[in-house]
Design a protein around this ligand. Structure first.
Ligand code: MSP
Length: 472
């Protein structure tokens, strides 16, 4: 039995959850349930990222106080995580007093690697923010929102000296001591690391007030990343608690858009603190809507609650864990979702369960003592490599094989011909096959898996309602 620590990226609370946010949770929860099935002890963090200008400005727009605004949206994310059936053990909010205090302690420990320097850039006084050189060029030097020319402005920032740790991080990545998954992202990360400048980690309070104050300097607050990344250890009680029981994390789930922060700044911070690097960062692809990035301006943002309500939780988990590739960008469309539900959940699995249970009941098939069902090696290999969508494919092939096997072996004919012994052995083998598949799918579809396990306990009784009713 091992101690396993699983983490998820903490979403910004400047909006409500969309289907893209579900990925971290579905994948991390599958990993957690898989480890628990193997008998490991799992700790599982989730949380919300609540500081920064964007959130501050959104709150202002809403007319609520910033705290009220973040409280409201953090609650929506938390509710969403519950609705996804996620078995997290710890929830961290970056506005929690404990987190803020611990974050300041972390800053103090990193001080040998922090320095103050002047930052110069293009600034819009209307937006109260710096824009990148590229943004300034694209807008021809004029802010489109305020119709005012950008000004060259400089301000003091604290910087974190990434260069102090580049070599160690590179070595850890190259030797897989700090594993980047999928493997094909490793090269990208190493390139980014080589080119990575020191990072700005604070803003003057004249520009940003909604953040954790920099210890010992009233004129500055922490800029989001130091504060946000620290969450993975502040929730374990760092620095006042010894976290070695849970740290290093077994797997940290993040989207590919934020991999660079987790593969460069985060390991550098950990080295600065004298803590071990996580075992792996698992970076998933993006969920697209109709082939495009979801965005409010295009109007193609898919509401996860609507998807959840269409056919229930396991249909949601099924689609996002099997048809959204674990590592590549994949598309959500309602058509694909409906097809997966009707053809695969209702027809492949739902019918298989219904047919087998009906036949078993009718012919009074008894399973007796069920032997321990071993997970197939090929499945475990894929799960251990965090290739979840492929592991799920593997399990589904077995569902389809069982359907073909019933058609070939025709247990109803055996019953008709009174071949009782043959019937018993054919049915037992089919049902044990299904129970073995059921074990494989349990981290993905926990609710369905529980229902199937209950149906196939002696005496076997088919469900009154199909597992996946059509035309709901
Ligand atoms: N607050 C930061 C993370 C800090 S972690 C120390 C952040 N927040 S976010 O709200 O923008 O994203 C939260 C998570 O959702 C990230 O893992 C991100 O990659 C993921 N996704 C956001 N949109 C997504 C899709 N369209 N598809 C898949 N995942 C996406 O980044």
């Amino acid at each position: 039995m091992k101690n396993i620590y699983i983490t998820t990226a903490i979403p910004y609370v400047n909006g409500v959850p969309h289907i893209g946010h579900a990925m971290d949770y579905c994948l991390a929860d599958t990993a957690a349930r898989y480890y628990k099935m193997l008998g490991d002890e799992v700790r599982f963090q989730a949380g919300t990222d609540e500081h920064g200008n964007k959130i501050f400005l959104k709150a202002k727009e809403s007319g609520e106080s910033t705290q009220e605004y973040v409280d409201k949206n953090a609650a929506k994310f938390r509710e969403f995580i519950h609705k996804l059936g996620v078995e997290y053990t710890d929830f961290v909010r970056t506005t929690d007093a404990d987190h803020e205090r611990r974050c300041q302690e972390i800053w103090k420990k990193l001080e040998p690697h922090i320095y103050k320097a002047e930052y110069e850039g293009w600034y819009c006084t209307g937006c109260e923010r710096f824009v990148t050189e590229k943004e300034c060029e694209e807008n021809h030097g004029i802010c489109p929102d305020h119709q005012k020319p950008y000004e060259k402005l400089s301000e003091e920032n604290y910087y974190f000296r990434i260069s102090d740790f580049k070599e160690q991080v590179r070595e850890a990545i190259e030797t897989n001591r700090f594993l980047i998954l999928p493997e094909f992202r490793k090269k990208e990360v190493l390139k980014l690391l080589a080119d990575s400048p020191d990072v700005s980690i604070s803003r003057p309070t004249s520009q940003l007030t909604w953040g954790v104050p920099v210890p010992g300097d009233d004129s500055q607050v922490m800029y989001v990343w130091i504060d946000a990344l620290s969450n993975y250890i502040t929730i374990l009680g760092y620095p006042e608690k010894d976290i070695s029981e849970w740290w290093p994390a077994t797997a940290q789930f993040v989207g590919k858009d934020i991999l660079r922060f987790h593969a460069i700044i985060w390991p550098a911070m950990l080295l600065g603190l004298g803590l071990p690097l996580p075992e792996r960062v698992v970076s998933h692809g993006m969920v697209l809507a109709d082939g495009q990035k979801m965005s409010k301006s295009i109007g193609n943002v898919v509401d996860p609650i609507e998807v959840l309500e269409r056919h229930g939780l396991d249909a949601f988990r099924y689609f996002f864990l099997r048809h959204i590739d674990t590592f590549a960008d994949s598309d959500f469309t309602w058509e694909k979702f409906e097809n997966a539900y009707n053809n695969e959940l209702a027809n492949d699995l739902g019918n298989l369960v219904q047919r087998l249970a009906t036949l078993a009941q009718k012919n009074e098939i008894k399973l007796g003592e069920v032997p321990e069902l071993k997970l197939p090696e090929a499945y475990c290999d894929l799960m251990n490599k965090f290739e979840f969508s492929r592991a799920f494919d593997f399990a589904w092939e077995k569902v389809q094989e069982l359907n073909s096997k019933i058609d070939e072996e025709k247990p109803w004919s055996l019953a008709k011909n009174n071949e009782t012994e043959k019937l018993q052995s054919c049915m037992t083998s089919l049902i044990l096959g299904l129970l073995s598949v059921n074990k494989m799918i349990s981290p993905f579809l926990p609710g369905t898996s529980e229902k199937i396990a209950t149906i196939f306990k002696d005496p076997i009784v088919p469900p009154e309602e199909p597992l996946f009713p059509k035309n709901k």
